[in-house]
Design a protein around this ligand. Sequence first.
Ligand SMILES: Nc1ncnc2c1ncn2[C@@H]1O[C@H](COP(=O)(O)OP(=O)(O)OP(=O)(O)O)[C@@H](O)[C@H]1O
Ligand SMILES: [Mg+2]
Ligand SMILES: [Zn+2]
Length: 278
Amino acid sequence: MLLDVRNVSKIYGTSCDQCLSLTGVEHDRAICPECGSVVAVNSISLSARKNEILGIVGESGSGKSTLLQLIYQDIRASSGEIFFQGVTDKNGQPSNILHEPPSAVSRLRSKEMSMIYQNPRLGLNFLFSAGGNIAERIIGAGERRYDEIRSNALDYIRRIEMETSRIDDYPEEFSGGQQQRIQIAKALSSSPQLLLLDEPTTGLDVSVQAKILDLIKELQQDMGFSMIIVSHDLGVINHLTDITVVMKHGTLVEYGLTDQILEDPQHPYTQLLVSSIL
Ligand SMILES: Nc1ncnc2c1ncn2[C@@H]1O[C@H](COP(=O)(O)OP(=O)(O)OP(=O)(O)O)[C@@H](O)[C@H]1O
Ligand SMILES: [Mg+2]
Ligand SMILES: [Zn+2]
């Protein structure tokens, strides 16, 4: 197993001992009636193997972005455990990354896991050129030789099918679709094992979306990383993923093979989602 998320929760607010048990899809709410806290993610467990592609769907506010941020360690979980391949204690046993020292977490974030955000301003440094952004990540992953950094950055510019002559241009000189391509180049330039994508194409033209999603799929097949992609669009989930996770009110309402879920959704909420695209 590459990633193992066990019973992870994130509560925004003061929180009380009833928050988790009084919220979720079965209570049809994410706000605790006792203390008013928002239970953004409620006791979620999921795992990803090497090479596997997971998709997360669910209505706005269901906790999809929060779940990705918890995995990427952008935010700290209120409770639960997260295991990542290779992160072990001194006896070689899997170690909960929530209890690892900052240096271990920082290594995971700068090398093994990458995040691609819907908003390129969160994923790119707009004060650095395209090449500078990619170089920053290559250096963060441990490379120090200038020639290697430069040639790797050029290689990733090529991989996202962009003219290498644009390597010294700044993010604001690129279109929205190109900015997402540069985010992809940057994210992949550390050769991560897990790529996290939070609605990477929402807001782009449909034709641009399709090209970027095809590019992501191609790169995944070439490089063989695992992926968790959040999308509103069941078409994207169908096209890209092996496993689907359906969330509502912070809880997981359905989790399984994408083909099975789209063909024979079990939960009424998933049935509604699926019927809306037929
Ligand atoms: N920093 C925060 N402080 C307080 N509440 C937050 C914070 N971040 C998220 N929330 C709340 O957590 C819940 C889940 O938010 P999240 O952004 O994860 O939803 P989402 O499924 O990604 O929605 P969308 O599809 O609109 O992006 C929401 O009710 C949101 O208001
Ligand atoms: Mg979101
Ligand atoms: Zn509460």
